[in-house]
Design a protein around this ligand. Structure first.
Ligand SMILES: Cc1cc2nc3c(=O)[nH]c(=O)nc-3n(C[C@H](O)[C@H](O)[C@H](O)COP(=O)(O)OP(=O)(O)OC[C@H]3O[C@@H](n4cnc5c(N)ncnc54)[C@H](O)[C@@H]3O)c2cc1C
Length: 289
């Protein structure tokens, strides 16, 4: 049962950061509440103060500036799924967001909450890495930016200071001749394996491949050795290296055995999804040429 708490409603980032500093461990930021209220109802965690950040105007805004999409941290999955701006410039993000959880969770669950909770079985933290997306972290004493991949420290652990808020996510528009594909697999409520691939290609050459793998280990990660193996080659050479790349990615994914499956099974699936996502992104990049 949910224990009583006091709901704080700051109107600015500075005020929210000040409340975090003042109340310390007895306070927590509250966005959609889809994770937080669940663990509080279960009695796993309790906070005397929940700091509702959805009334802070900057956190609910989304805009395109100088070729970069700025997504306020309290933007919901549903907004990302339906936004014409996202559909036009980042169609894969819209599709992935449309497949997060169910419509009830997507209506209230936010991108910031998803990233900050760092539940390993999640999609955006993997997907955003192949866009080279960054997050902005703010507190009353200053701001900093981090690549999304550096946000994740461990399962349920992110690189955010006690009085900091994740305020926005920046996603640069893809380079010409580039496309992103995301493949996930799962049979439980949340995904068991997620693989994101960005390919920059012309008919003559696969210029660059970016790969991120999530859900199988504690944190979503870029796989730069695999990227190097597949980049800067003709398509026939890439395809002949694919079997090696699939095994490398499966091995590097640090898969763990849990309710979603054995480590070996997940490592195998990482390879399969890499192959599928590469082919989809490659074909789409050629159409974009
Ligand atoms: C049934 C179910 C199925 C799901 N399936 C999927 C799925 O398929 N794919 C997927 O990716 N996810 C899935 N999720 C996870 C879902 O996306 C998250 O629950 C949601 O995005 C969390 O956002 P929230 O706003 O509700 O976070 P909250 O519950 O409000 O907060 C979560 C945590 O993040 C902190 N926090 C929130 N915002 C900030 C911020 N701006 N700065 C710093 N800290 C912050 C809070 O203090 C809290 O610790 C599923 C969840 C459920 C319940």
């Amino acid at each position: 049962m949910l224990q009583p708490f006091r709901l704080e409603e700051p109107a600015s980032i500075e005020e929210a950061s000040g409340l975090l500093a003042r109340y310390g461990d007895s306070a927590k930021l509250y966005a959609g509440g889809t994770e937080l209220l669940l663990v509080m109802k279960e009695g796993l965690l309790h906070y005397d103060h929940l700091i509702n950040i959805k009334l802070i105007p900057e956190l609910t805004q989304m805009s395109m500036q100088d070729g970069t999409l700025h997504i306020g941290a309290a933007i919901t999955h549903r907004t990302l799924e339906q936004s014409p701006l996202v559909k036009r410039h980042f169609p894969t993000i819209a599709v992935v967001e449309a497949n997060v959880a169910n419509v009830r969770v997507r209506e209230v669950g936010t991108l910031g909450g998803n990233l900050c909770f760092a539940e390993p079985h999640a999609d955006p933290g993997t997907l955003l890495q192949v866009y080279d997306a960054t997050v902005q972290l703010d507190r009353h004493s200053g701001s900093r930016q981090l690549p999304v991949e550096d946000l994740f420290v461990d399962s349920f652990d992110v690189s955010i200071e006690a009085d900091e808020l994740l305020t926005s996510v920046q996603v640069p528009v893809l380079a010409p001749n580039t496309a992103v594909a995301y493949r996930k697999f799962g049979f439980l409520e949340r995904p068991s394996v997620g693989v994101a691939v960005a390919v920059t290609a012309t008919p003559e050459q696969v210029h660059t491949v970016k790969l991120a793998v999530g859900c199988v280990g504690p944190v979503p990660r870029r796989m730069r050795e695999v990227e190097d193996l597949l980049s800067g080659k003709g398509i026939d050479d890439v395809r002949s290296e694919m079997e090696t790349a699939m095994q490398m990615a499966g091995h590097a994914a640090d898969a763990i055995t849990d309710l979603h499956g054995s480590a070996e099974y997940k490592a195998y699936l990482v390879g399969v999804l890499l192959h599928q996502a590469f082919e989809e992104a490659y074909q789409t990049a050629l159409i974009a040429t």
